[in-house]
Write a protein that binds this ligand. Structure first.
Ligand SMILES: O=P(O)(O)OC[C@H]1O[C@](O)(COP(=O)(O)O)[C@@H](O)[C@@H]1O
Ligand SMILES: [Mg+2]
Ligand SMILES: [Mg+2]
Length: 334
């Protein structure tokens, strides 16, 4: 009788998985592994807060705006504090940048090898309505020597320099998905055991996809090339899916195949999404999974950031779809 080959990796707890990977790199010191554990731990607390927000009275707006003029939700602030606290106490990080903070947050820990860029809670419009939201993070090795002060070059690095990146998805089940540059791994959180277990081993995105994801409410302010690509998707029967939480839209398309687009609009002439703490992490993940990410003209990971909160258009997903969209844009722009 023929038995289906079992994937024996599935079900491995996050800690054991990280330890095993750590052992595969004889000179690794364990700091990056510890940093991933710190993020995973903060993710558990944020997951709990989101799940009980209606009961705990932490729904709704703060009555304040962040540096980009966007209304902060109470959960934006709670998540921001939780991740900052975890990264600060973990001791591996010397500075972070966050969507919710105007400037660089230095930890007075010049020996910390790493800097982190984070969107503590992604999907603001879905925060209080029981729709999936997430956390996005990028980890870089600092460029300046350990022991010295942090410089802007440390925090404004190209996405290509990321040593690890990932996201937490707080949804019908909560997940941690990350890469350290050797494939993409997804862990599902089991709240009654308080543990993440490997559920998606070595994720590869389909070559071509059957979903396109874009906020069509802005259709008439998209460039002609984007409009043409969307119309082509519709003519060929590609299904539309748009949640409005970048992490959740990305996660679906990563697994099922598709393209997510947030192009330039009249309201957001450089696109809405932020390069350093939204796009770079997802671009690293999608490339590791065999997909592509561009701003319509160049690879996201090659863009040199000049501002902490810089925005960029984003076209990300299955390679065939991203190439077609990017070609249309380039052709129309010529
Ligand atoms: O409502 P729009 O314009 O479609 O924008 C949706 C996009 O904005 C975002 O909510 C921005 O993220 P934040 O919630 O972290 O500000 C993305 O998650 C999402 O893809
Ligand atoms: Mg976001
Ligand atoms: Mg956010």
């Amino acid at each position: 009788m023929a038995f289906k080959k079992l994937n024996l990796q599935i079900g491995v707890p996050l800690d054991r998985f990280i330890k095993k990977k750590q052992d595969d790199f004889p000179y690794a010191t364990g700091e990056l592994s510890q940093l991933l554990r710190d993020i995973a731990l903060a993710g558990k607390i944020v997951n709990m807060a989101i799940g009980k927000s209606g009961l705990l009275g932490i729904e709704g707006a703060m009555g304040k705006e962040n540096v980009q003029g966007e209304e902060q939700q109470k959960l934006d602030i709670i998540a921001n504090q939780r991740f900052i606290r975890a990264l600060k106490h973990g001791g591996e990080v010397s500075a972070i940048i966050s969507e919710e903070e105007a400037g660089v947050i230095e930890f007075n820990n010049p020996d910390g090898k790493y800097v982190v860029a984070i969107d503590p809670l992604d999907g603001s419009s879905n925060i209080d309505v029981n729709v999936s939201i997430g956390t996005i993070f990028s980890i870089y090795r600092r460029i300046s020597p350990q022991g010295s002060e942090i410089t802007m070059d440390d925090v404004l690095q190209k996405g290509d320099n990321q040593v690890a990146a990932g996201y937490l998805l707080y949804g019908s089940s909560s997940m941690l998905v990350f890469t350290t540059g050797a494939g993409v791994f997804g862990f599902t959180y089991e709240p009654s055991l308080g543990e993440y277990f490997l559920s998606h081993n070595n994720i590869e995105t389909p070559e071509d996809g059957s979903y396109f994801s874009v906020n069509e409410g802005s259709f008439f302010s998209f460039e002609e090339g984007v409009q043409e690509y969307i119309n082509e998707c519709k003519h060929s029967g590609v299904s539309a899916r748009y949640i409005g939480s970048l992490v959740a839209d990305f996660h679906r398309n990563l697994l099922k195949g598709g393209i997510y687009m947030y192009p330039a609009t009249s309201k957001y002439p450089n696109g809405k999404l932020r390069l350093c703490y939204e796009c770079n992490a997802l671009a690293f993940l999608i490339e590791q999974a065999g997909g592509k990410a561009t701003d319509g003209h160049q690879r996201i990971l090659e863009i040199q950031p000049t501002d902490l909160h810089q925005r960029t258009p984003l076209f990300i997903g299955s390679p065939v779809m991203v190439e077609t969209a990017t070609e249309k844009l380039t052709k129309m722009a010529d």
